[in-house]
Design a protein around this ligand. Structure first.
Ligand SMILES: [Zn+2]
Length: 251
């Protein structure tokens, strides 16, 4: 058992409010595609002739809907059959035990919530919510998956769009404000599966006023020097160790 898990466990137990930022590394550990940050862009570009950023954008949605939906179905919706893995289940357990208070993510696959987390802020929305921009009627993932062409609203015949922030769209101000308020409340800020230079962190860590910023990520990155604790590890393994530590103390 590593000392670092003990130290973090101690901080978490003293913390009145712990906010978790859940990043791409957790998604990768779970076998999900990370198409938004360019990680797998080369394959996408070969297949579609455009990058993921170009296709999954508001411009593409308005002008090339068929290609947009082919990409959406094949690259994003095809992944939802993979259930939430160990890391997300551990995160949910720690939330249920009152150790974590809020989970914030930019990821679109609704994984923290599907794993059982309750207080989740999805900055960019979720692919589990699809709606008609005209009348607001909502449609499940299956409705989009089962349509070969452009999925249309059964009420008004307009295209059903994903309830996520596309490239070129702005994040809802209310959502950012909610996330910023959570950050300000945090005693401990736990960054999981990403580094401090990521979009997620650069957008939010400025609001954190505490001095217990912990980063757990599989990759070392120069920005992690800015953390109070950096633990290079898979997130699911690290959370498992933290849970074991917590249990030990209870005995
Ligand atoms: Zn409609």
């Amino acid at each position: 058992m590593s000392n670092i898990a003990q130290t973090i466990c101690g901080m978490l137990k003293e913390s009145r409010y712990t906010v978790v930022l859940s990043g791409r590394g957790m998604l990768e550990e779970n076998g999900y595609p990370v198409v938004r940050d360019g990680g797998e862009s080369y394959g996408i570009e070969e297949k579609y002739g455009y990058s993921a950023e170009e296709i999954f954008s508001s411009a593409f949605f308005s002008t090339r809907k068929q290609q947009f939906y082919d990409f959406y179905r094949n690259e994003l919706l095809s992944a939802v059959d993979i259930p939430p893995g160990k890391g997300y289940l551990e995160m949910a357990r720690l939330e249920q035990e009152g150790v974590f208070h809020t989970i914030i993510t930019r990821r679109l696959f609704h994984l923290p919530t599907r794993a059982g987390c309750r207080n989740v802020i999805e900055l960019h929305g979720s692919i589990f919510r699809n709606y008609c921009a005209h009348c607001g009627r909502e449609y499940p993932v299956e409705y989009i998956r089962n349509t070969e062409k452009i999925p249309l609203c059964e009420t008004c015949g307009q295209p059903v769009r994903p309830g996520v922030i596309l490239f070129g769209e702005m994040v809802d101000n209310q959502v950012i404000t909610r996330a910023a308020t959570e950050m300000q409340k945090a005693d401990v800020l736990l960054v999981l599966g990403t580094n401090l230079k990521s979009f997620l962190c650069s957008q939010l860590t400025g609001y954190y006023e505490g001095n217990k910023l912990i980063v757990i990520d599989g990759e070392d990155h120069f920005s992690n020097a800015g953390a109070d604790i950096f633990w290079q590890s898979r997130v699911d393994d690290a959370l498992a160790e933290i849970i074991t530590e917590m249990e030990k103390d209870r005995k």
